[in-house]
Design a protein around this ligand. Structure first.
Ligand code: NI
Length: 166
């Protein structure tokens, strides 16, 4: 396994629409997922999408409680009209956090590392991580989801104010 280089905001790989994965169980996908898990552990994040490591394919890792899961070709849909605002960071935008409104609950589906269909519902932090990572597959960064850019700041400065950082 290897620690991969993380693309930062401004790199074109973060702005495109990623392609569907034909076979999640292929050996090169296993290797990629292993490398992404190692990269995420090294960077200390809670989610990582393949475009962030310069691979424009539709998969991401996300932390679901204690488990680190992988989802290929994901579909994420809001459940109900309720939204929630919380602080987000992104490994591709180091040092910054912003407050982002998102649907509070989502249904998710996709394929696991064996190519089997998986689905579920999420709320709170996992729902936010799923939406944030899924956005990466469509070339969307959290900054473009923000309605109020006064709620963007450096993590070190915000630490003084923020009680519910995510
Ligand atoms: Ni991100």
């Amino acid at each position: 396994m290897a620690i991969l280089k993380i693309a930062r905001m401004g790199h074109p790989v973060l702005l495109g629409r990623a392609a569907e994965v034909a076979d999640p169980a292929a050996s090169e996908m296993r290797r990629l997922v292993g490398d992404m898990a190692e990269t995420l552990a090294d960077a200390g994040g809670i989610g990582l999408a393949a475009p962030q490591v310069h691979v424009p394919l539709r998969l991401f890792l996300w932390r679901d409680g204690p488990a680190l899961r992988v989802l290929f070709n994901p579909v994420i849909a809001p459940l109900g009209p309720e939204t929630e605002a919380a602080w987000e960071g992104c490994l591709s935008i180091p040092g910054l956090r912003g407050r982002v409104d998102r649907p509070a609950r989502v249904a998710w589906s996709g394929l696991d590392e064996n190519g089997e269909a998986v689905s579920g519902e999420a709320e709170g932090l996992p729902a936010r991580v799923l939406q944030h990572e899924n956005d990466h597959l469509d070339g969307v960064l959290y900054l473009s989801r923000m309605k109020d850019l006064s709620m963007l700041g450096f993590t070190e400065e915000l630490a003084r104010l923020v009680e519910d950082r995510t």
